[in-house]
Design a protein around this ligand. Structure first.
Ligand SMILES: O=C(O)c1cc(=O)[nH]c(=O)n1[C@@H]1O[C@H](COP(=O)(O)O)[C@@H](O)[C@H]1O
Length: 250
């Protein structure tokens, strides 16, 4: 797993030079995590450690992995600005490549988050890229409506995405369905990190707004995030290789 060389697409409104693959290591078992990370060495561009791994295996285990691999630390912080900023400050020693907060936490929360990272890293390329999660890929219009958002997922992603980038986010987590509109609204530099990815023929599980790796790459994803289609495959390394081949030929 090499550190990412390219950041974002090169030409306005078109796909990045290469859409990179992140494997989500969603497990509570440190041995299983180690097995998967070893199996995926050289096959994926980064690994994602999220709530399940970090809460079960601990921050030190995450730190150990981040010292050896490019890590997307996905803890989706969402609290008052002061608390989120302090939480992010505590995460800085891990030096993740990417990390997440919720865009719906609001402008000040995002701005304070960016400030903390800027203070810790200055303009160093090691500064973790701050991603704002827009509308979870497990949500559809009915789900949004139920929580009092009378907009389509696309409208809400664009609304939150514009605000988050203005406030200082380097990128957004969105579904592949919103990439084209986000690129039109925000241009080529913004990092678009896209979960809800399912290779053709695989089950959606709890994901609602899904697309294939090739569709996401053609739309202009900077990164795709794939969990169960890799981690629950009989041969995770082969599953990752097939996805990389699909991305390369998209
Ligand atoms: O922030 C994320 O990574 C994320 C945001 C989102 O809207 N949807 C989403 O699925 N994710 C994460 O992406 C991964 C998707 O896993 P699979 O559905 O197993 O491919 C999980 O680790 C989720 O936590």
């Amino acid at each position: 797993m090499g550190l990412p060389q390219e950041s974002g697409p090169g030409i306005k409104g078109v796909a990045p030079a290469r859409t990179r693959l992140i494997a989500a290591i969603d497990t509570a078992d440190p041995q299983r995590a180690r097995f998967l990370i070893n199996a995926l060495e050289g096959k994926v561009d980064a690994i994602k450690l999220g709530l399940e791994f970090t809460y079960s295996c601990g921050f030190d285990a995450a730190r150990e992995i981040a010292a050896r691999h490019p890590v997307f630390l996905d803890l989706k912080l969402h609290d008052i600005p002061n608390t989120v900023a302090a939480g992010l400050k505590a995460l800085c020693p891990l030096k993740p490549v990417l990390t997440t907060i919720h865009a719906s936490g609001g402008r000040e929360m995002i701005a304070r988050s960016r400030e903390v990272l800027q203070e810790a890293f200055g303009d160093s390329p090691e500064r973790p890229r701050l991603l704002a999660v827009t509308v979870l890929t497990s949500m559809d219009a009915a789900g949004l409506n139920e929580i009092g958002v009378p907009a389509s997922p696309l409208e809400q992603v664009i609304r939150l995405g514009k605000m988050a980038v203005e406030a200082g986010a380097d990128g957004l987590v969105c579904s592949a369905h919103e990439i084209t509109a986000l690129r039109e609204a925000l241009g080529p530099q913004v990092e678009l990190v896209v979960p809800g990815i399912r290779p053709a023929g695989s089950v959606a599980n709890d994901q609602k707004r899904v697309m294939t790796p090739a569709q996401a790459a053609r739309a202009g994803a900077s990164w795709i995030v794939v969990g169960r289609p890799i981690t629950q495959a009989e041969d995770p390394a082969r599953a990752a290789t097939l996805i990389q081949e699909e991305l390369a030929s998209a």
